[in-house]
Design a binder for this molecule. Structure first.
Ligand SMILES: Nc1ncnc2c1ncn2[C@@H]1O[C@H](COP(=O)(O)OP(=O)(O)OP(=O)(O)O)[C@@H](O)[C@H]1O
Length: 196
């Protein structure tokens, strides 16, 4: 997957300036920067969720996105949340639930799960889609320290096991380090990407 961005703005305001970013399976990249700089905007472009930009996005990598809020279907149980979103077989969904430590929680509804468990369900759903690249937007924010550390370790293990690439948007350099992700910084107005 390769993005050659000329610019991205909202209305008259240019948020992102020219930048080039390539990412393949097995590669890990973290995009850091202050609040409001354009990190989520960049992730949404890479995810294919925002096509209103000047530039080109090329490649046929399968992508899955994990947002800060788990964005689950409230009236469907954990298993159905994965099956409906990905179209995968129930057995595969069950296997992914087990891999994120949610075996036995298949029939629970999102409101019956803690925030940490909901985040793990969202992670299982993302991996069940068999992505080449996992795009994560502040996925560890607002979890307590221990839960966040466990989730980072789990993400690291699943990325290694599946060979998926990672683009992580975060405020936290230590998350990038813990995931062995190369850190890039967004700064300036309009924002540019700089290697650490
Ligand atoms: N749909 C939109 N319409 C108008 N402006 C927007 C829209 N989405 C984002 N922006 C603006 O673009 C800028 C970048 O926003 P973005 O959410 O990408 O920043 P961020 O770096 O992800 O911030 P945070 O770390 O707080 O999530 C902000 O000034 C924001 O107000």
């Amino acid at each position: 997957m390769r993005l050659e961005l000329i610019s991205k703005g909202f209305g008259m305001r240019e948020v992102l300036g020219a930048l080039t970013l390539s990412l393949a399976r097995g590669e890990r990249l973290a995009v850091l920067g202050p609040s409001g700089i354009g990190k989520s905007t960049l992730l949404r472009i890479l995810a294919g969720l925002d096509t209103e930009f000047r530039g080109t996005l090329t490649g046929d990598a399968r992508r899955a996105v994990v947002f800060q809020e788990p964005v689950l279907l409230p009236w469907r149980d954990a298993l159905a949340n994965i099956v409906i979103a990905t179209g995968c077989a129930p057995e595969l969904a069950r296997d992914w639930l087990a891999q994120v430590g949610l075996a036995g929680h298949e029939a629970k509804f999102p409101r019956q799960l803690s925030l940490g468990q909901q985040r793990r369900l969202a992670l299982a759903r993302a991996f069940a889609a068999a992505p080449d690249i996992l795009l994560m937007d502040e996925p560890f924010a607002s979890l307590d320290g221990e839960t966040a550390a466990r989730m980072v370790a789990l993400t690291d293990a699943l990325l290694t096991r599946t060979g998926a690439g990672l683009l992580l948007v975060t405020h936290a350099p230590d998350e990038a380090r813990a995931l062995n992700a190369q850190a890039w910084h967004l700064s300036g107005q309009p924002a540019r990407l700089q290697k650490d």
